[in-house]
Design a binder for this molecule. Structure first.
Ligand SMILES: *Cc1c(COP(=O)(O)O)cnc(C)c1O
Length: 226
């Protein structure tokens, strides 16, 4: 698309076009990389503009905020997909299972059990990613890489959860490449096809290391309102 064509577009449509082009040049197989537009802290108008520009998958990190913003949109837009990318309390598991298509922050046995009950109750088919604390940071959620094997087994065998991938947020202010690389090795070792990593500042590196789902917020929507 030439400059003349992009001039009439909204900022968000133009940003999406740019991000998609960057994904394409970073990926060996661009069809395998999904773009999650992270709309936390962004208002309804901006989400509407992204939808109008063809964006279908969104990420939110709070159940209540996502419910308020997406309940009506979900009913109106076929094919809209919603990922939970923030920490989930067990007492919100049912609401989360009712609303989201992918829960990326499965990180402890008690949550897995609560999600199992919610899945049984609702009959919804959703996917789960296990969050890995890849930088072994004490303040961060996620399970240790050494525990992935037993936790995955627990989620699948004990809880019947459809775990299809891994997710991480690497340590702030450090080169993310080695962390992304270790995530790819873990995903491969456990034959998990999906790998959610990379944000506005590092999604191309994440893709080069094997990300299948990149979570991009500010580079699409600009600064958050809250
Ligand atoms: C906010 C957030 C993002 C998006 O961050 P940007 O820097 O705005 O792209 C991605 N992943 C998670 C888990 C987040 O909380």
């Amino acid at each position: 698309m030439g400059l003349a064509d992009t001039r009439s577009m909204t900022d968000i449509a133009r940003n999406l076009l740019t991000i998609r082009a960057r994904i394409k040049s970073a990926a060996q197989n661009p069809a395998k990389v999904g773009l999650i537009a992270v709309s936390k802290g962004q208002g309804a108008e901006k989400i509407a503009l992204a939808l109008a520009a063809g964006q279908k998958t969104f990420g939110e990190n709070r159940v209540q905020e996502a419910k308020a913003k997406f309940t009506a949109l979900r009913a109106a837009h076929k094919g809209l997909g919603l990922h939970l990318i923030g920490p989930l309390q067990t007492n919100k598991a049912l609401e989360a299972v009712q609303l989201f298509d992918v829960i990326e922050t499965l990180d402890r046995p008690r949550l897995a059990e609560a999600l199992m009950k919610a899945v049984e109750k609702t009959g919804r088919k959703l996917e789960f990613f296990i969050e890995i604390n890849i930088g072994a940071e004490p303040q961060k959620a996620g399970i240790a890489p050494e525990e992935l094997g037993s936790f995955l087994q627990f989620c699948r065998a004990q809880c019947g959860l459809n775990v299809t991938g891994l997710m991480c947020i690497p340590p702030h202010g450090r080169d993310p490449a080695p962390f992304f690389k270790r995530m790819k090795e873990l995903a491969d070792r456990f034959s998990l096809p999906r790998l959610s990593m990379g944000m506005s500042g590092d999604f191309e590196e994440a893709i080069r290391q094997g990300a299948t789902d990149v979570r991009v917020g500010t580079a699409i929507f600009g600064n958050r309102e809250n």
